[in-house]
Write a protein that binds this ligand. Structure first.
Ligand code: AMP
Length: 172
């Protein structure tokens, strides 16, 4: 029987600030069957797109992103908060559901023409995902899809990602 992934997401009200219901994926990650099923279902969606690389967004996108890259036979590249990466970087700014920030990737992370899958735990307003699309495009990679574990549909993040294939395991 399929694992009930939704039962493994913990709602944390008023985190990190009042009015935000934080979708905590830690119970899903801690459960071996749920983790395997989540990675497997995303991999099945992503495999036909033949990605070369999985780009994970800091920080929870690294966990399932790394597993996903390994399952797909892809390399993994990291989008990090400013000042964290040791090498030369390119940057893109974005607005969060709860604030502003920017993300960076190493300038040599993508070879022009490589097919990149962008992954994160949650698609909320889409600002983070849009910034990662910009990073990939700055390095002349091709975004072949954006799979998430969770999509907060009421925040309409998909609208910021028009022209790209977006997938989510769980919608709220
Ligand atoms: P956004 O840029 O608004 O789509 O926000 C996506 C990023 O913020 C992801 O990296 C998420 O991990 C995090 N995030 C935003 N809203 C939530 C939420 N309600 N619960 C958990 N994570 C969130």
């Amino acid at each position: 029987m399929a694992v009930d992934l939704a039962a493994k997401i913990r709602d944390v009200p008023d985190f990190p600030k009042p009015g935000i219901v934080f979708k905590d994926i830690m119970p899903l990650l801690a459960d071996p069957e749920a983790l395997k099923e989540a990675v497997e279902r995303i991999a099945e969606w992503a495999e036909p797109k033949q990605p070369d690389l999985v780009l994970g967004a800091e920080a929870r996108g690294y966990i399932t992103g790394g597993a996903l890259a390994c399952r797909l036979g892809c390399g993994f590249i990291a989008a990090r908060k400013p000042g964290k990466l040791p090498w030369r970087t390119v940057a893109a700014k974005y607005a969060l559901e709860y604030g502003f920030d920017s993300l960076e990737v190493h300038a040599d992370a993508i070879v022009a023409g490589q097919r990149v899958l962008i992954h994160d735990d949650v698609l909320a307003t889409g600002g983070t995902a849009k910034a990662t699309v910009e990073l990939v495009e700055q390095l002349r990679g091709e975004v072949v899809g954006l799979p998430f574990i969770i999509e907060l549909e009421f925040l309409r993040g998909r609208e910021k990602l028009q022209g790209h294939e977006v997938f989510s395991l769980l919608k709220y």
